[in-house]
Structures are given as structure tokens and as C-alpha cells.
Design a binder for this molecule. Structure first.
Ligand code: UD1
Length: 368
């Protein structure tokens, strides 16, 4: 029996592994092993996603926790090498672009266990982003690369990755979204937060480039507080951002900003699907809003998901607070042309990416 080992570590991994896990469980006899590196460990950054997504408890938790990039990456490598040598899987699947992704891929390459990268080929072309380094390195050493969109294939080919390793399967995150959206509509998060559908904005912000620099963080907070006078802005706040705001001597009043604890997948999905506009520096949220048809203002200079700008609902704001205010008001005034979605939707963002991944695995091994 084939043994497949999945590695996840941080919040954005969990909604990517869930559909692959489920399709493999339903359609094959492969044995699956789930490894959580413990990069994220708070209940509302990790456990709640396992519940919301119907994932089983991990078979192994490496409990690496937080630290500098080197500490975290090294801790995953040391612990994961032991696990993978003990389990001896036929294939390891890694997801997305977090430190756990590159750490596990590197271990596999060294001990010569085949590794597949789900969500391969995305590039921001900005090497100041830790995730860009993780993406570049993971894709160089992966044996199978599952891409979400044509730009992913092109990036990999231009970096010399063999065409035979690249498989365009579509967007795996949309699989989870499609499956959980009907459940999310039952969420009571709006009434709990006394919000009306379409009468609030949703904000997420945690990237080092936005929150680790006090001047930048202060500029964002001032602008966001001013914008929240027009429309309430709900802000589920990542632990990194929380710590930075606590450190900041901000004498303004944050009251227009509704700071709440990080939310689970079901509640966040409902909140996003009912928002008037979403403001974010996340990667995945650019994709989810594009699928849902909610305008998205991305607080970054670049994106590794250009298809959301070309064929979705995404607008890149950069780190320009005035531009943010202009675009925010234009959306509220109905003056902005933010919807660039084709009538048939973005190709292969259809909820069936996991099935296509399993098809590729079957073809590789020519057995079920
Ligand atoms: C990581 C990913 C980023 C992803 C984000 C989503 C990398 C390089 N970055 O960034 O791509 O968008 O996750 O959330 O892998 N902390 C807690 N509790 C937790 C986890 C973290 O309090 O459960 C705090 C710690 O103080 C930690 C800080 O958050 O030092 C940052 O966590 P870390 O995993 O280093 O990176 P993220 O900013 O979460």
C-alpha cells in the first residue's frame, strides 16, 4: 500500500491539505500520515481549522513553535528528518510557502524521498519576502509540482524546471471554499459582532513589511481609523500584529476599527463573503475574494497571484495610504471598476483541484 505523508505547519496550510486528504481518503487505498510542524500553535491559529475543515488530529506534532527564520526552519528540519525516516513514505506532500514547507522539502531532497509541492510556481519576484525564498527553493527541489494557474507553469519553466514535473491542477484553496461555504452561511459571526451584511469592511494585516516597521504601521492605523468613520472595519488580528500594536505608542483612538481575535475558517469565510470590501496583505485572501466576487484592496507592492488582478477582484494598493483611501471611497461610491472576472470564472478554480492531484498521483504510480 502506498504511503503518503502530508506536512502542514501554519494557518494557510490547513485549508490546502484538507481537500487533498479527503479525496485521497474517499477515492484511494493509500495510507495517509499527517504531520503538523507546530509552526502555528494557538487554538485559533491552528486547532480550530482542523475542526472547521474536518481534518483528523495530526499523527505527529513536531511542536517547533516560533523563533527566528533560521531557528524555526532548522527546528522543523531536525524534527522532520526523524519522522520521515521512521515513516518511510512513498511521497511527501508540502503546501504553500511557509517556513515549514521549505524545511520539509529540503529534508526530503536530502534523504531522497520524493516530494510534491501543492501551490507551486507562484512568484512575487520580491526576494525581500520570506515566502518568495521558500517558494523558489521548494520548487527547485520538488519532484512533482502542482500549479494553480498558467503563470505558475511559466515561472517554473523559465527557472529550468522540467515540464514533465509540472501539473496544472487549479486552485486547491478554492476546493475548501466551495465545500465549506454552505456551512459558513449558518455562522452566527455577524450577529455576534452586531454587523449587517454588506455594511462593513474586513481587514487582515500581518506581513512584516506592514507591521514590523513602526512608521508604516502607524500610517496604516491612522488611515484605517479615518476610513472606519465611513464604514466599520472589522480586524481579526494576527498575533504578530497584536504584539506590534501593543508595542507602539499610538495615541489615536482605534475605536472605529473593530479589533477581534483571529477567527476560524467557517466564521472568517462567512465574514468575508458578506463584506462590502476586503483590505488585506494576505496571499490566499486575494484568491478567495476573487472567487467570491468581493472587491479586494491589497496592501502590498506586488502579488505572487497576478491572476487575481487580471481576472479577479483584486487591486494592488502598495504601501500608499492615500491610494488606499481613494480606492476605498471609490468602491463605496460605486465608482470603481474592480470586477474583472470572466463570466465562466477563473479556469480550474472550480472545487476539483484535489481530484486532479489524485489523478496525477494515480498516473505516476499506475495503480489506485
Ligand atoms: C506565517 C507565514 C506567512 C503566513 C502566516 C499566516 C512564514 C515565513 N510565514 O507568518 O506566510 O501568511 O504565517 O498566519 O512561514 N504566533 C503566535 N501564535 C501562533 C503562531 C505565531 O502567537 O500560533 C506569533 C509568535 O509571536 C510568532 C509570530 O506570531 O513569533 C509570527 O509567527 P510565524 O510563524 O513566525 O510567522 P507568521 O507571521 O505567522
Amino acid at each position: 500500500m502506498r504511503k503518503l505523508l502530508h506536512v502542514v505547519g501554519a494557518r494557510p496550510n490547513f485549508m490546502k491539505v484538507a481537500p487533498v486528504w479527503q479525496v485521497i481518503a474517499n477515492q484511494t487505498s493509500y495510507q495517509q500520515i499527517l504531520v503538523h510542524t507546530g509552526q502555528h500553535y494557538d487554538v485559533n491559529m491552528s486547532d480550530i481549522f482542523f475542526t472547521d475543515l474536518g481534518l483528523p488530529a495530526p499523527d505527529y506534532n513536531l511542536e517547533v513553535g516560533s523563533g527566528s527564520h533560521a531557528q524555526q526552519t532548522a527546528a522543523v528540519m531536525v524534527a522532520f528528518e526523524k519522522t520521515v525516516l521512521e515513516v518511510q513514505p512513498d511521497l511527501v506532500l508540502v503546501y504553500g510557502d511557509v517556513n515549514s514547507t521549505v524545511a520539509a522539502a529540503l529534508v526530503c531532497a536530502k534523504v531522497q524521498i520524493p516530494v510534491a509541492h501543492v501551490e507551486a510556481g507562484l512568484r512575487s519576484f520580491d526576494r525581500t519576502m520570506p515566502e518568495e525564498i521558500n517558494r523558489l527553493l521548494t520548487d527547485q527541489i520538488a519532484d512533482l509540482l502542482f500549479t494553480p494557474s498558467p503563470d505558475g507553469d511559466e515561472n517554473l519553466l523559465s527557472e529550468g524546471v522540467a515540464e514533465s514535473k509540472i501539473h496544472r491542477v487549479g486552485n486547491i484553496m478554492i476546493d475548501s471554499l466551495v465545500r465549506v461555504l454552505p456551512i459558513a452561511q449558518q455562522s452566527s459571526v455577524l450577529s455576534n459582532l452586531t454587523l449587517e451584511p454588506n455594511r462593513y469592511a474586513l481587514l487582515t494585516m500581518h506581513r512584516p513589511s506592514n507591521v514590523d516597521d513602526d512608521t508604516m504601521l502607524l500610517a496604516w492605523l491612522k488611515t484605517l481609523t479615518a476610513l472606519s468613520q465611513r464604514l466599520p472595519i472589522v480586524f481579526p488580528i494576527h498575533p504578530r500584529t497584536h504584539a506590534r500594536i501593543d508595542n507602539l505608542s499610538f495615541d489615536g483612538n482605534l475605536s472605529g476599527l473593530r479589533l477581534v481575535e483571529p477567527l476560524g475558517y467557517v466564521d472568517f469565510l462567512h465574514l468575508m463573503s458578506q463584506a462590502h470590501v476586503v483590505l488585506t496583505d494576505s496571499g490566499g485572501i486575494q484568491e478567495e475574494t476573487s472567487y467570491l466576487g468581493i472587491p479586494c484592496l491589497t496592501l502590498r507592492e506586488n502579488t505572487e497571484r497576478p491572476i487575481t488582478v487580471e481576472m479577479g477582484t483584486n487591486t494592488l494598493i502598495g504601501q500608499d495610504t492615500e491610494r488606499l483611501a481613494e480606492e476605498f471611497h471609490a468602491i463605496l461610491d460605486g465608482d470603481a471598476s474592480w470586477d474583472k472576472r470572466p463570466p465562466e470564472g477563473i479556469p480550474l478554480w472550480d472545487g476539483h483541484a484535489a481530484e486532479r492531484i489524485v489523478e496525477v498521483l494515480r498516473n505516476c504510480w499506475r495503480i489506485s
